[in-house]
Design a protein around this ligand. Structure first.
Ligand SMILES: [Zn+2]
Length: 460
């Protein structure tokens, strides 16, 4: 929020009294040191951790490091939420298509005209007459030449259930892209499907729904289980222990990818999101030293953000979201924003009063948190805050990335050398100052209206 003119004038007169004092003096955060921030981000983004890919041993090494830092700072595990080693264990299910066959009006459909996204292991659909189509355990849809295929699929994905989509051959190009995307299989948080199973099967055909007389479909998908951990620690609140201020960042990244020409293939993810992880580690240390948090402070390093946000999804089911006063999710703060070094912006600022309240706390520093300058990028939905926002938590991501021109985003070159460590340090200090009243329990942001937050797809 932009400060009003009268507040600006008032602040100017206060500043005049102390112009000779450097601006960092306004942050009572001397405990957050550039040296420690540098050490944390450098280790997390080091080649040793191999890009912190999900399911890799090195991600476990990163988790151990974060846990060790929390422990050194005197934090405790979150009872009932994380284990004594600070780890919050969960399972991911991968569902990979193995077999798919369809006979339509008595004719076998070629495999290259079929695609499937299914959370069910087996599908067996059979309809022997037009009259029985309405009674089938799936619904039949047509995407005609002039229809928007993405919109139809998006709706079915939001709706869940089982669907057969007859896709006009005019959509062949886009179909190929979905086919290869779906062919890689789906990743889901384990046990979130209610056992029902959703499915979308697409068939490239010029037939439309009314022309279907009979069909038989069989599909087999293989499920496999994979283990991951979040790292969660707390500083119990002195007078309002039931009210939680959540600081979060994701510590996973893209791991290692094969490069054709032998060049660097480790995706270090220094900005994305070793920078945010270093921030929560240092904020935890800072508030622990301060030792006067009235609310409970919870620090969560999530895994599986890069593959669909499953770490935060699991986390959100382990506690009552109504107890979370605010979620400060920190994403990609390692480089100066378009507003300058040390300046940040937040996603979804208009959705709660949090931004305005944080900016009141920052006013004395002359800094402010800006609105997301890239609304067209849909960043509110592109990090772990969205999961908690869907539950009504004032949950926002705080960032400084210049996403419109960053050459290193999701590249192997996102390494520590590309960061501006002083700017990173300054951002962490600003976040400490901005969120102090949340910690003190003197501000309570408005909740996010869940009816205005888009849901996540149920199938893919
Ligand atoms: Zn990323």
């Amino acid at each position: 929020m932009i400060r009003t003119l009268s507040a600006r004038l008032l602040l100017t007169s206060i500043f005049t009294l102390s112009l000779s004092t450097p601006s960092f003096a306004y942050h009572a955060t001397q405990g957050i040191t550039l040296a420690q921030v540098t050490a944390d981000v450098s280790y997390l983004a080091s080649d040793e951790l191999q890009g912190r890919g999900n399911f890799s041993a090195e991600l476990g090494q990163a988790a151990d490091y974060i846990a060790k830092r929390f422990e050194e700072s005197g934090l405790t595990n979150a009872t009932g939420i994380s284990a004594s080693n600070f780890l919050q264990h969960y399972e991911i299910t991968k569902i990979t298509p193995m077999q798919l066959s369809l006979t339509l009006n008595g004719k076998d459909v070629a495999a290259d005209k079929l695609a499937i996204a299914s959370t069910a292991e087996m599908l067996s659909w059979h309809v022997d007459s037009k009259a029985n189509i309405a009674k089938a355990n799936f619904t039949l849809h047509t995407v005609s030449k002039g229809d928007d295929m993405r919109v139809t699929l998006g709706k079915l994905n939001q709706q869940g259930g089982q669907h057969l989509v007859l896709l006009n051959s005019a959509h062949a190009d886009l179909f190929k892209r979905y086919q290869s995307y779906f062919g890689r299989g789906l990743t889901k948080l384990a046990n979130t499907d209610n056992g029902k199973g959703g499915a979308i099967v697409m068939v490239l055909t010029d037939l439309t729904t009314v022309q279907v007389n009979n069909l038989t479909l069989t599909a087999v998908n293989i499920k496999s289980s994979h283990e991951l951990n979040n790292v969660v620690a707390v500083l119990p609140g002195k007078s309002k222990p039931e009210e939680i201020v959540l600081y979060s960042a994701h510590y996973d990244h893209l791991g290692v990818k094969n490069s054709q020409d032998g060049s660097d293939n480790i995706y270090n993810g220094a900005d994305d999101d070793a920078s945010g992880t270093a921030a929560i580690i240092n904020l935890a240390q800072h508030f622990a030293k301060q030792g006067k948090n009235e609310r409970t402070l919870m620090f969560a390093a999530f895994s599986a953000e890069e593959i669909g946000g499953f770490g935060s999804k699991y986390f959100s089911k382990q506690l009552d979201p109504n107890k979370i006063t605010a979620m400060i999710n920190i994403e990609m703060i390692g480089k100066p924003s378009k507003f300058g070094a040390g300046s940040i912006w937040m996603t979804g600022m208009e959705r709660s009063s949090l931004g305005e309240q944080l900016n009141n706390a920052l006013a004395k520093t002359g800094e402010q948190i800006h609105q997301d300058p890239y609304p067209e990028q849909g960043l509110f939905y592109r990090s772990d805050n969205a999961t908690l926002a869907r539950l009504g938590v004032p949950a926002h991501s705080f960032s400084s990335t210049q996403l419109d021109k960053d050459q290193h985003y999701h590249k192997a070159s996102d390494d520590v050398a590309s960061l501006d460590l002083k700017s990173l340090h300054k951002v962490i200090e600003a976040l400490a100052t901005a969120t102090q009243p949340l910690v003190d329990g003197t501000i309570t942001p408005s909740r996010i209206d869940v009816n205005k937050v888009k849901g996540k797809g149920l199938i893919y």
